[in-house]
Design a protein. Structure first.
Length: 196
């Protein structure tokens, strides 16, 4: 029997596995590419998946450490989504260091920051935020079926810890937004091009 190349050499089992892996990876990427334009549907599916995860937690009556780890991971993703890719506080620090070293500060063109248009570029794009949170929720959901992750902990401490962490990090992020005058959302921004 000849393979597709016509050389008459049989593929090895490792080549077969590799070819199947590439085929599955290509199909997975095609599915993701089809979902790309449907932002609301993607997030609704993720919210439904998160609801299934929470329902599983309620029915399992435990796995508090897994919930907390998953919530902290989602909080980290949210913070990366809200932060600008090029942090203005780091640029200010670098300019201050150059002045202290005796060098001349680099002035961007135009000379005033308020004159230039700087679009908001996220550190974590929306697509990556959605994909990472969906993957994390799926992994956490599958972990609920294993007894290994059902570690006995005093759950009120975890809840207080998460809400304290959430309040502190969001306060710091909001102060950063106010200080450097950026809004990570399109709400309230002018739209041009007319209504379609």
């Amino acid at each position: 029997m000849m393979n597709d190349s016509g050389s008459g050499i049989e593929p090895t089992p490792l080549q077969n596995v590799s070819a199947q892996y590439v085929k599955i990876q290509r199909q997975y990427q095609q599915i993701l590419d089809r979902w790309t334009p449907y932002v609301l549907n993607r997030w609704l599916a993720t919210a439904g998946l998160l609801l299934v995860f929470l329902l599983r937690i309620v029915l399992a009556q435990g796995i508090c450490l897994l919930i907390d780890a998953h919530a902290i991971y989602l909080l980290n993703l949210l913070l990366a989504f809200l932060q600008p890719k090029f942090d203005p506080s780091l640029q200010d620090d670098l300019m201050a260091d150059e002045i202290e070293e005796g060098g001349e500060p680099i002035t961007p063109l135009p000379s005033q920051r308020d004159d230039e248009f700087r679009p908001f570029v996220r550190r974590l794009p929306e697509w990556q935020f959605w994909l990472s949170s969906t993957r994390a929720t799926l992994i956490a959901l599958f972990c609920t079926f294993s007894e290994v992750f059902d570690i006995p902990v005093y759950w009120p401490i975890l809840v207080v810890y998460f809400f304290t962490l959430f309040a502190l990090t969001m306060r710091r992020q909001i102060q950063h937004m106010i200080k450097y005058k950026y809004i990570p959302f399109d709400i309230g921004k002018a739209r041009y091009g007319g209504s379609k």
